[in-house]
Design a protein around this ligand. Sequence first.
Ligand SMILES: Cc1cc2nc3c(=O)[nH]c(=O)nc-3n(C[C@H](O)[C@H](O)[C@H](O)COP(=O)(O)OP(=O)(O)OC[C@H]3O[C@@H](n4cnc5c(N)ncnc54)[C@H](O)[C@@H]3O)c2cc1C
Length: 488
Amino acid sequence: MDQKHVCVVGAGISGLRCADVLLSHGFKVTIIEARNRIGGRICQSEGLGYTVDIGPNWIHAWSDSGEPHPIYKLAMDTKTPLHHWNNKQLIFDSDGNKLPDELTERLSTILWEIIEEAFNFSKAAHEKNGGKDIASTDSLQDFIRRRAQDIVSDAKERALLVQMSEMFGAYVGQPVWQQSLRFAWMEECCGGEEMFVSSNYSSILALAAKPALTSATIHLNTRVVGITSHPAASPTSRQLVTVTTDHGQTMSFDEVVVTAPLGWLKKNHSTLFDPPLPPRIRSAISNLSLSQLEKVFFNFPSAFWKTGLPNEDDFPCYTNWLSPTYSASTNPSKWPQEIWDLSSFAQPNRHATILFYLYGDCTRHIVNMINGQTPAEKHRLLDDFFRPYYSLLPGYDAENPNCTPQAILATEWFKDDLCGNASYCNFQVGVEEADKDVLAFREGCVERRLWFCGEHAAPFDECGTVAGAYLSGESVGRRIVDLYKSES
Ligand SMILES: Cc1cc2nc3c(=O)[nH]c(=O)nc-3n(C[C@H](O)[C@H](O)[C@H](O)COP(=O)(O)OP(=O)(O)OC[C@H]3O[C@@H](n4cnc5c(N)ncnc54)[C@H](O)[C@@H]3O)c2cc1C
């Protein structure tokens, strides 16, 4: 067989894994990447004075099938340190009062049991008839409300539980009342322990990228602006796929794998593909939704919230401020806030840093507020917004310099055109056949030698994750290998 030449559009984890599989089977691979770096949404910043991930941090250890996740394996191979959280929580009610520990623990246990029940309910409905028994307008929060009515007799506690359910927003990047119940089974939230990379993802990325960096041709700073592909005129003839870049180059390939994010495809597919994509893929692009997740890191001179604790590791890893009524001037919509305590990591990754996760409208508000501002102004705006929350942590004293942030870093994916101004795909109320939409991507347009991979084309319960993106690239690579095996 003469050496076949495959173009991979995008050097995120899915494109890198796809290239790896193809290269290991003797294919020639050219990667075209619009950014000046590889990694896509896997990306670090030095903005706090040390390296942090501005994209993914979490790793799931095991898949539903009981196999270790590929990214977990890469973390093990690279000796990337992973943090196991202590599972303790600190919750402030709407008035800023700390909930008693017993109540927090009891309601949190009930909440996760209900969420797990909702996932099983959604899965069973899917297996029965594609989920048609669940109205497409029904949300995960609707389910939680109904079950809370049955389980929690005290009205005040019930209301608290429903407020606590909003924490689900930080998993999927959208409010829990927008999460489709019919497709809740496609969200990977109940699949075993999730660990946090306590250093950063760079060694994992470097290992995944090694084959491509060694053996593929990589064009950075080059954006694909056109892809022309036609079915072959006869089963024995072949039709090359033509790719045009923003530098005006035109290149031809045997196969093209498009890993551009869903959000980017939503905005550009109609001008990118000639002829237009088949209707089923076009409707998948329009039906699947996008989430907005952003991270805001606050680094302090010392972890003041742990001052005087006999065992610092006993401090709750997670703090949640439920629908705050006490910050109306900066947060009139009462968006709940939450942090993870990064000062609990083992050395040398222990820093006096807390990490806020934002989602939905709150992300858009914060990013619009800071985008284009000077670093000093960003710092001031972010501190004004988040101080009402971190100032409720134990040990806070406005006069103590240890309680004043020395560095603040906020991500702005919402303004990043190349990730589609979003964080990842998700399944919101209204979607009718999300599984079939994902399948349409996965199938691609084989007859036009056009393939899709990325987190939006991942195995069902891995969509939106690094592992899912990696596996989708692997799957497309293998299918192309098999195609040529069957043709030879
Ligand atoms: C804030 C945030 C937090 C996250 N947290 C987690 C987490 O904790 N755990 C987890 O598993 N996942 C997490 N994710 C999701 C995870 O990062 C993604 O699912 C995964 O990295 C996507 O990989 P990909 O290859 O599909 O896409 P990408 O990484 O986006 O790669 C696509 C590449 O295509 C390039 N491209 C786009 N258009 C063109 C074009 N026209 N021409 C050439 N190149 C183009 C882009 O520049 C990009 O490099 C998070 C994401 C975000 C944003």
